[in-house]
Design a protein around this ligand. Structure first.
Ligand code: FAD
Length: 112
């Protein structure tokens, strides 16, 4: 969000909260993962985050979409489009994980 908008909202008594609090994410087995942010507190994704996926963060399987994502166009249509794309990416990831799991289970069954 631009400083102009923050100032305008402040003028009407609306405080804008820092978004850095969403960088702390509770991962599997209770371990706390943190996604990498840029200097302004926006979440890095894709190559900038060292991630494989376009909208994937520095934590594999965690995605960012919309205003919170570094480099995103701060508009409603963009946020909705990125959100829809992330849903597809999550489905693809879950399918990959399920395939890997079944391969591991088949190999364990074969060796026992
Ligand atoms: C004054 C103003 C006017 C604008 N006008 C236009 C316009 O005309 N056209 C246009 O296309 N765009 C406009 N925009 C931009 C548009 O509002 C944003 O691009 C869009 O809302 C981004 O959507 P988002 O879902 O990424 O983020 P947001 O809409 O900001 O949603 C993020 C949500 O996450 C919640 N949240 C934050 N932290 C946490 C947390 N720790 N835990 C749980 N929830 C949390 C927030 O409360 C919020 O509900 C305007 C923005 C402003 C401020």
């Amino acid at each position: 969000m631009s400083q102009y908008l923050i100032d305008e909202l402040d003028r009407y008594g609306v405080a804008v909260r820092d978004r850095s609090e969403i960088a702390g994410l509770q991962g599997e087995q209770g371990r706390l993962h943190a996604v990498t942010l840029d200097g302004d507190g926006f979440i890095l994704t894709g190559a900038h985050a060292g991630a494989e996926g376009l909208l994937e963060t520095s934590v594999a399987g965690v995605y960012a979409a919309g205003d919170v994502r570094a480099g995103s166009i701060k508009r409603c249509a963009t946020a909705v489009g990125e959100g829809a794309a992330v849903v597809q990416f999550v489905h693809e990831r879950l399918a990959r994980v399920a395939t890997q799991l079944s391969v591991v289970q088949a190999s364990q069954a074969a060796s026992s």
